[in-house]
Design a protein around this ligand. Structure first.
Ligand code: HEC
Ligand code: HEC
Ligand code: HEC
Ligand code: HEC
Ligand code: HEC
Ligand code: HEC
Ligand code: HEC
Length: 341
């Protein structure tokens, strides 16, 4: 009797192993769906022709001059066609414009109609530009962006405090190129390079920087030389990760650029279990994966391993080895029981 029950336990154990192994294979096969990063790569081809945009014909009236490096016009006095070089900073890229958030706009929705005439009247230089909140403020359709909260954060940023009205939202959100990225991109590297380019566009461009201040443009490489492997860090994290602090949870992208003394310098803020990156850079990604694949899957497949959250490589290996030894031991034990009978 005692022998029989021991024999049965061994069989049951063996069967349990077989079942769990089968189950493991099944889970492994269904769960390894990689996060698709190719979606955004195709965007480039989509707009090879611009004519499908309803205002493209109207916009060509401006882009015939502002769309390339040369422009021409008919001079009424000399009755001659004049060809001239366009100022580099006034040249617009059609394909980038027709991919941007405001691609469905006419140029003269934001600019005065008087620009249709050339030479442009001198007083147009004083033209005032609409503000983001003029159009987006208190609009249900854009509620998820929380423009009002962004505006508040922006007002408390070093840029606003030092330069008040000269520093507008347009300085970072180029009117003709801005495209929401962090919210829609599934490729973190792409988001990082897009967002960092926004800052570097000015911080590494002497002429743009000097429009705002007489200060020397600080050398950012030198200013960050305390950071080991700086190049890697600048590709792996966004400037705003260290230079903003979340005030409220509603906004996806922090806008309160802090004074430099308050920037993140402690390595543990990122290289730890409760890394600040979880609340910002990885936040949306984790949320998204969670909603489609369930919570645990979300935690497991996100790229959080890069910041070592919760994962000690050595401990992981040791625990896997110990677990394996135990399982193999049990398996052999059960096997011998069955064979012996
Ligand atoms: C015939 C060529 C031509 C056409 C057409 C033209 N522009 Fe211009 N635009 C220029 C040139 C050249 C300048 C720079 C010199 C100047 O301001 O006159 C300029 C300057 C500008 C500026 C910058 C002014 C500043 O602050 O320095 C804006 C904005 C502008 N154009 C918008 C438009 C818009 C909008 C349209 C279409 C409705 C348009 N332009 C059509 C040639 C043109
Ligand atoms: C959503 C509003 C908007 C639309 C649409 C728009 N612009 Fe602009 N544009 C602006 C703003 C705002 C500025 C000033 C940017 C600044 O002050 O930093 C500007 C600046 C310019 C300038 C001056 C150079 C520069 O980049 O600062 C030119 C030239 C220009 N726009 C041409 C155009 C043309 C041509 C079109 C259509 C193809 C167009 N814009 C569509 C808002 C717009
Ligand atoms: C003249 C009005 C106007 C101004 C000024 C304006 N926007 Fe927009 N914006 C719009 C409209 C209208 C759309 C929707 C375009 C569409 O659906 O094709 C839009 C689209 C967007 C989107 C994409 C929304 C979505 O869910 O697809 C973002 C983000 C955005 N704008 C941000 C800004 C920011 C930031 C500024 C200031 C730097 C700004 N806008 C200035 C009118 C404006
Ligand atoms: C110092 C630079 C800077 C300034 C100034 C700035 N922004 Fe931004 N903003 C960013 C960056 C970087 C992002 C992230 C872009 C991305 O990846 O989509 C962003 C994203 C946004 C988004 C999209 C957030 C989302 O939920 O997807 C909105 C809306 C926005 N900004 C509005 C504004 C408004 C309104 C102002 C002015 C009150 C402003 N921004 C000023 C840098 C700036
Ligand atoms: C890992 C965190 C971190 C990242 C990432 C980072 N910074 Fe910094 N940054 C700092 C700290 C800390 C300081 C203050 C250094 C000091 O005062 O010794 C600083 C200083 C600065 C300063 C002030 C320089 C001066 O002395 O006037 C600027 C401007 C700046 N950073 C811009 C950027 C930009 C733009 C990026 C993105 C390309 C970036 N930072 C990325 C942490 C960071
Ligand atoms: C249009 C130009 C422009 C853009 C875009 C811009 N900045 Fe700046 N930033 C400045 C200028 C100018 C100063 C110097 C302010 C002063 O001291 O007068 C500055 C100062 C700073 C400082 C130093 C603050 C201090 O305490 O001295 C930091 C940090 C900073 N910027 C971070 C950023 C980040 C992060 C971004 C992108 C999200 C960004 N900036 C985008 C122009 C810009
Ligand atoms: C804003 C967040 C942040 C801060 C602050 C930060 N790091 Fe990093 N660090 C990262 C990320 C993200 C990576 C990218 C890892 C990857 O892509 O493999 C990284 C990579 C590294 C690497 C390279 C690891 C490798 O695989 O080669 C080293 C070393 C490192 N960090 C050390 C530091 C030290 C030391 C500090 C403090 C002086 C620091 N980090 C501060 C986020 C941060």
């Amino acid at each position: 009797m005692a022998k029989f029950s021991r024999f049965r336990i061994a069989w049951v154990t063996l069967l349990l192993f077989a079942f769990s192994f089968g189950f493991f294979l099944l889970v492994a096969a269904t769960n390894t769906t990689p996060v698709d990063t190719s979606v955004n790569a195709e965007k480039g081809q989509e707009n090879s022709t611009f004519s499908k945009h309803k205002n493209s014909a109207e916009n060509e009236k401006c882009l015939q001059c502002h769309g390339q490096s040369k422009y021409s016009y008919f001079n009424k006095e000399s009755k001659r066609k004049i060809i001239k070089k366009m100022y580099a900073e006034l040249i617009m890229n059609r394909s980038v414009f027709y991919e941007s958030n405001h691609r469905e706009f006419k140029c003269i929705d934001c600019h005065s109609e008087e620009y249709l005439g050339f030479p442009h009247a001198g007083n147009l230089r004083m033209e005032s530009q609409p503000n983001c909140l003029d159009c987006h403020g208190e609009d249900e359709k854009y509620a998820k962006y929380h423009f009002e909260n962004i505006e508040k954060e922006f007002q408390s940023s070093v840029h606003s405090e030092k330069h008040s009205d000269d520093f507008t939202c347009w300085m970072c959100h180029n009117a003709h190129t801005y495209l929401i990225t962090a919210r829609t991109s599934e490729n973190i590297k792409q988001t990082i390079s897009y967002d960092n380019a926004i800052c570097m566009n000015c911080h590494s461009d002497f002429s743009k920087y000097q429009l705002l201040t007489n200060r020397q443009t600080p050398n950012l490489i030198k200013k960050h030389d305390w950071l080991p492997n700086q190049k890697l860090h600048f590709q792996a994290v966004r400037c705003i990760e260290c230079h903003t602090k979340k005030i409220n949870d509603s906004t996806l992208v922090g806008h309160n650029i802090l004074p430099k003394k308050e920037a993140v310098k402690r390595c543990e803020e990122c290289h730890s279990t409760n890394s600040v990156l979880m609340a910002s850079l990885y936040r949306y990604k984790i949320k998204e994966i969670r909603s489609t694949q369930g919570f645990f899957q979300g935690i497991l497949v996100n790229d959080s391993s890069v910041i070592g959250a919760n994962r000690n490589f050595f401990l992981n290996i040791v625990s896997v080895i110990i677990a394996s030894i135990v399982i193999i031991g049990l398996f052999i034990h059960a096997l011998f029981r069955v064979i012996k009978k």
